[in-house]
Design a protein around this ligand. Sequence first.
Ligand code: ATP
Length: 285
Amino acid sequence: MESVPAVEIRDLVKDFKTSFRRAPLRAVDRVSLVIQPGEVYGLIGPNGSGKSTTMKALLGLVAPTSGRCAIFGKDSLKVDSRDDVGFLPENPYFYKHLTGTETLSFYGKLCGLRGRILKDRVAELLELVDLKEARDRRIAGYSKGMLQRIGLAQALVQEPRLVILDEPTAGVDPIGSRQIRDLILKLRDKGITVFLCSHLLEQVQEVCDHVGIIFRGKMVKEGHLEDLIAIEDQTEIVLRDASPELVAEIQALVKRSGRTEWLRSGKPKTTLERLFLRETSGDEP
Ligand SMILES: Nc1ncnc2c1ncn2[C@@H]1O[C@H](COP(=O)(O)OP(=O)(O)OP(=O)(O)O)[C@@H](O)[C@H]1O
């Protein structure tokens, strides 16, 4: 039996009214994507390309102009679609006077947790995001990386099956970014579906199974990461302990075939960064 997708976005269009223009601004233009349970999906695109708006429509925070979004089969416009979702917004806001423990307890209570269960969950999350040592410090003194990690812990408080992360590493240094990357991998190991958008293409390449490139509101490329970065007309052969004689022999065989060109030995792959730049360098349609 086919499982219900964790995320299903069909022909999503979102127009914003602007007082400066007669025509509304089309922030998202017929975007469709499906994320299966347990996948890590990365939505990438330049500033203003519609990533956050897509995520907000999925969360029911903005109403689509047309099209539909669903989470585990439940329409995003219905409140119960959010039962299984944790969200880390691009600029999370926290009460600065609360400590890490108090912050997570606050969000835990909002999700209906109480007593021992709440205490254990807060301790477990502080451990997961590596903030155990800083648990009694006020949020006001947290670094950007620590704030993003407490934000991630907040998103996980109700044990969601889907986590939506809008720029989880924005403003975080490379070490902090790596910690967040490792956390995303831990979530994947636990079978949690992750939908993230990021500008850190290398990180997206490291953690995501599927990638979508959005440009001026349109999905311009979408698919399995390995397929997207493979070069169609080339074949990679990886040998272990090949002697120079063997390599020369293979090279001679290739030459004799007449039709095949020996390009080089190595890894003929493009990078997600190059793919991203190619797909987003077009002129106004
Ligand atoms: N509430 C709004 N009212 C009017 N226009 C909006 C609103 N929210 C977003 N937009 C516009 O919609 C377009 C897409 O914005 P969005 O925030 O979705 O892009 P993004 O890809 O997330 O960008 P960034 O990477 O900078 O966060 C932009 O042109 C933005 O100015």
